[in-house]
Design a protein around this ligand. Structure first.
Ligand SMILES: C[S@@+](CC[C@H](N)C(=O)[O-])C[C@H]1O[C@@H](n2cnc3c(N)ncnc32)[C@H](O)[C@@H]1O
Length: 453
């Protein structure tokens, strides 16, 4: 079973854990998904990592009514059932409903009605050897809950997913947070898309408060990152929490990892501009996972020298350096993505993954806007809607070959390249989208009426 929000992210996440699985998904219209041809081992390995799926069951029977369910269950091969119904075993039956809460007595009635299955073991509610579940689907509209379920399933419980991680790692209770800290659920989804595993080395070039490093270290990876913001890296300056003015001592990424018991996996974080080559050739990461700045809640800046830009910010009067004067210049979104892909092409191991968010102005989005690179295969691209006009897409790419000299400039001659430039106006469009949205229906009508006169 899976929850509905971020549906496409959820499907794709399961696919990332096992690329064969998506092909086996038979239905997406319901929170209950049926997967065929998976071994119990496959299921256990997915459930050990996913924050999207709630529980997994071996399906024994299903139908639109209890009569259909019974017919279907009686057809299920006895040899598949009997190992779990033995005399010397213990069991319990749970009833799960979606979009409806049942009274205790109704649950008991439904459990009693299953007696046509030959359970020979003893009931043990506390610590049963086998758990069976009756799952009832009452649709997805909370304002239109049918009396009878739309669909019913019965099966043997195999494993629960890791949804508890969303609560235990919530940024609400995190030691060090910022205005753009990534929520725990999405951070785990990103780590799963990147297939992060124990002893990997993972890098976040726009690390902020390190939420993505927290998720990756949970899966046992060594983590490091860079950020252009000195205060963020050093955990000083203004606090992001409502009732706190300044950040307290030891509010930093290392302390975040310590909070979750993974400090030993902290490599380090550096103050550095992601547009500059600070890593020597041959430094390789198993995954690069990041949430680049869109310029909405944080600025998209990079360092440069005065001669690079007419828009650059002047250094202070008392600056006494010589020829190179560091200044702050605009860092266009299109360049951020081109640099990120180029960097990943050079610094990922073969088979390593880049996972990042691409902001999208929905009315103009087309697939060609997703930046490409000759060394990276696009694995998945799924949308998280932010408003009627904007969304962000979670892009997953995998390194398939080492870069050649011509690859670095290939994007300039790529017919895809000009659509990337469309990303540069994202900030402007984001805000124009907001001002359009804040007009109420009445204001819209008034505005139209005024225009008519
Ligand atoms: C969306 S935030 C990342 C948030 C982060 N995932 C977290 O959970 O806190 C983007 C970060 O990129 C940083 N940044 C902006 N321009 C940069 C640059 N040129 N190089 C490196 N970092 C940059 C910002 O300071 C900001 O912390």
């Amino acid at each position: 079973t899976a929850q509905r929000p971020h549906l496409s992210v959820r499907v794709s996440m399961i696919e990332s854990l096992n690329e064969e699985i998506e092909k086996k998904l038979s239905s997406l219209s319901s929170p209950f998904w049926r997967l065929n041809g998976l071994s119990e081992e496959d299921v256990n390995s997915i459930m050990a990592r996913t924050v999207c799926a709630k529980s997994a069951f071996e399906l024994w029977g299903h139908g639109r009514t209890h009569i259909e369910l019974r017919t279907s269950l009686l057809k299920y091969p006895t040899e598949n059932m009997s190992p779990f119904l033995q005399k010397d075993s213990t069991y319990k039956i749970n009833v799960y409903t979606f979009n409806k809460t049942l009274e205790f007595e109704d649950r008991i009635k439904k459990i009693d009605a299953m007696e046509y299955l030959s359970f020979e073991g003893r009931v043990n509610l506390r610590n049963p050897k086998h758990i069976f579940c009756l799952l009832e689907d009452y649709g997805t509209d909370p304002n239109d809950i049918p009396d009878e379920p739309l669909y019913i399933y019965f099966g043997r419980w195999i494993a629960d997913g890791q949804r508890e991680l969303i609560r235990s790692h919530s940024v609400k209770n995190r030691h060090f947070i910022g205005n753009t800290s990534m929520d725990a659920g999405l951070s785990f989804i990103m780590a799963n898309h990147a297939r992060v595993k124990a002893y990997d080395l993972v890098y976040d070039p726009f690390v902020g408060t390190g939420s993505l490093l927290v998720a990756c270290s949970h899966f046992g990876a060594y983590v490091c990152g860079t950020d252009i913001d000195y205060n963020t890296i050093h955990g000083i300056g203004k606090a992001s929490r409502k009732n706190q003015k300044w950040r307290g001592p030891d509010e930093n990424i290392r302390a975040n990892l310590r909070q979750y018991g993974s400090e030993k996996l902290y490599v380090d974080v550096l103050v550095s501009d992601a547009s500059k080559p600070i890593w020597r050739d041959g430094v390789l990461f198993d995954a690069i996972i990041t949430d680049p700045p869109y310029g909405i809640r944080e600025s998209t800046r990079r360092t440069g020298s005065q001669k690079d830009s007419v828009n650059s910010v002047k250094p202070s009067e008392d600056y006494v350096g010589d020829s190179h004067v560091p200044v702050s210049m605009a860092y266009h979104l299109s360049d951020i993505f081109t640099d990120l892909l180029n960097f990943s092409a050079h610094h990922l191991v073969i088979g390593g993954r880049l996972v990042y968010w691409l902001p999208i102005y929905r009315p103009e989005y087309c697939e060609e806007m997703v930046p490409l690179n000759a060394c990276l295969r696009l694995v998945s691209n799924c949308e998280q809607t932010l408003s009627s006009h904007t969304s962000r897409r979670l892009i997953t790419m995998e390194k398939i070959k080492e870069p050649e000299e011509t690859d670095a400039l290939a994007h300039l001659s790529d017919p895809h390249f000009s659509p990337y430039q469309g990303h540069n106006a994202f900030r402007e469009k984001y805000f124009s989208g907001i001002s359009k949205r804040t007009l109420t229906g009445k204001e819209e009508t008034n505005k139209m009426a005024t225009n008519e006169h």
